[in-house]
Ligand binder design. Structure first.
Ligand code: ADP
Length: 421
């Protein structure tokens, strides 16, 4: 089956090749490889072409957007893609390296000066989010569905589709237990959009609102803070030529504040603040160039007025054994890449589903790793990414530096973690 493979080319500043020439050099490079692994990233030092080395930092084999293909399986379970069978879509861009800026406002009461950082700001694609999308592993096609939703939403906006006829709100809510990758997924989605919609907008801006900081201890000041912050966001939106992604993490903290202030001593002022936030959110979502990304660890605590406005409400739970296996594979590959683990021959890890289906002895290592992954039921992605680090302390004490031994150390670290928590 023919599929579409999105190839992301990260250019170096001062690249002398035209866009067309660059694509043809990259195409030759990929044709020489014949097959590529989805999600993999080729670094400049591995390029065959010298001109490519001068112009490009990395080439990433990103999403496959063939619906039929995706219905069958997730990209994380696909081992190799043949370049001949792919319809390649190239995306060229430079990564922003400027430091992330913080928006600080004075939150002190009259005469007092106390500054709080209400938001972080950067232009995308940003170096801090490079590879984030690929590093996140889920069991189904959450990533692909979110990307399709977001692209459709922006295309509808750009074509000025009448929202009275077809209704959408440009709001996404991801909810689920902490540490399951919700915030990272929002950032990665914004980064992906900046790459995929590069020709539609002059710029993609990312604003991360610190919801907690909006509640000044001087209640009368909170309202002013909220208004100032949204006025800033509107300034960005009014420019009109940019796509503005606004992330509000732990959105339930806004509602919690409203509930607690009803029972607390100083109700009216704080309720007014929360109402103001909801009204302001309602106003900014009317702008055609905004995408509002929100997360929550506790959906039941979110104001229903807000939940109703989310076009997509996606539950993100702890990863399955297959996804855990893939997370561990990515960690092992990183440790092999930097030389902390050494292997006698080059190792190719199979996608988790193939390991399950294969009885082959030579897949022993893959099988072992899958068994270890099965021990981690219920652990969040955040913890799973720490386990390989904890495992290293067991591994470093042993003389045997083989990968098999490291997988044993992983198992030890998991038992240790589970018994102490
Ligand atoms: P949440 O917002 O749900 O609390 P985060 O986005 O802050 O979670 O995730 C914290 C870290 O955990 C991420 O940076 C990532 O390294 C890791 N992580 C979480 N979920 C996953 C996942 N599904 N796949 C890979 N890594 C994950």
């Amino acid at each position: 089956m023919k599929y579409v493979l999105h190839v992301e080319i990260v250019k170096k500043v001062g690249c002398s090749l035209s866009n067309v020439d660059l694509e043809s050099v990259v195409l030759q490079e990929l044709q020489a490889l014949k097959t590529v692994r989805p999600g993999s990233c080729l670094q400049a030092d591995t390029f065959l072409s010298e001109s490519l080395k001068k112009c490009v930092t990395s080439i990433r084999m990103s999403e496959i957007s063939e619906l039929e293909f995706l219905n069958e399986t997730s990209i994380d379970n696909v081992k190799e893609l043949s370049i001949d069978r792919a319809d390649l879509k190239f995306h060229q861009y430079l990564l922003e390296e400027e430091e992330i800026q913080t928006e600080e406002f004075n939150a002190g009461a009259d005469g007092d000066s106390e500054s709080v950082s209400v938001a972080n700001y950067c232009v995308l694609p940003h170096v801090s989010c490079d590879g984030l999308w690929e590093s996140l592993i889920f069991d189904n096609n959450i990533k692909e569905s979110l990307l399709e939703y977001a692209i459709t939403s922006m295309i509808f906006s750009q074509h000025k589709v009448d929202t009275n006829v077809i209704c959408w709100n440009r709001v996404i809510l991801l909810y689920g237990p902490p540490g399951t990758g919700k915030t990272s997924l929002c950032k990665a989605l914004a980064q992906k959009l900046s790459i995929r919609l590069k020709s539609n907008y002059q710029l993609t801006e990312f604003i991360e609102v610190n919801s907690h900081s909006l509640f000044s201890k001087y209640y009368s000041e909170s309202g002013k803070l909220v208004m100032k912050m949204f006025a800033k966001i509107k300034e960005h939106l009014e420019y009109g030529e940019s796509l503005v992604c606004v992330l509000i993490d732990e959105i339930e903290s806004l509602t919690r504040a409203r509930n607690s202030c009803v029972s607390g001593g100083e109700p009216s002022d704080s309720i007014r603040v929360v109402n103001a936030i909801l009204t302001q959110l309602d106003q900014i979502r009317k702008y055609p160039n905004v995408l509002i990304l929100t997360t929550s660890n506790l959906k039941s605590a979110i104001d229903v007025a807000f939940v109703d406005r989310a076009d997509l409400q996606v539950y993100i739970g702890p990863p399955s054994a297959y996804a855990i296996y893939s997370i561990f594979v990515s960690c092992l590959e990183e440790l092999i890449r930097v030389g902390i683990i050494t292997t006698e021959k080059s190792i190719s890890f199979l996608p988790a589903k193939c390991v399950e289906d294969s009885d082959d002895e030579k897949d022993n290592l893959n099988n072992k790793l899958l068994s270890v992954a099965k021990l981690c039921d219920g652990l969040s992605g955040r913890i799973l990414r720490k386990i390989p680090f904890l495992a290293y302390s067991y591994f470093s004490r042993s003389k045997n530096k083989s990968i098999e031994n490291y997988i044993g150390a992983l198992q030890q670290a998991i038992s240790q973690y589970q018994s102490s928590n």
